[in-house]
Design a protein around this ligand. Sequence first.
Ligand SMILES: [Zn+2]
Length: 138
Amino acid sequence: MVSIKLKSKKTLRKKCDKLWSEIVRSKKYCEKCGILANNPHHIIGRVNYVLRWDLKNGCLLCQNCHWLQKYSAHQDPLGFMEWLKLSRPEDYEYLKQRKNQISQPNYDEILKYLKFHEALTSSGSLEKLIRKSINGEL
Ligand SMILES: [Zn+2]
């Protein structure tokens, strides 16, 4: 088995990005308008490595709510933040507190966190996840 430390940072970033996107996509429906959706959106931009792979920084949107329409997340970021503050007040406060922190990404920890959430998403419940873990399936 190849140690995670031997892999390049770029490979690790790509792997984390892919996992993050898959988990956010598992919500299936646009969080703003409720139609089927396929656009995982970073609430605080991807250049922020403290929040880039944090699932609280993810929002699943349809194309219209993501970037096409006038009031989309990318065309009206302030309006989007107002929506977030009303719809997900805890996540809004969480992101507000952490967005200016600076730290180097710890890819081992990020991958562990994302893999846990991926397993939780595909298991459907925490109970099933614990059972899988006990049975050595993880
Ligand atoms: Zn939408």
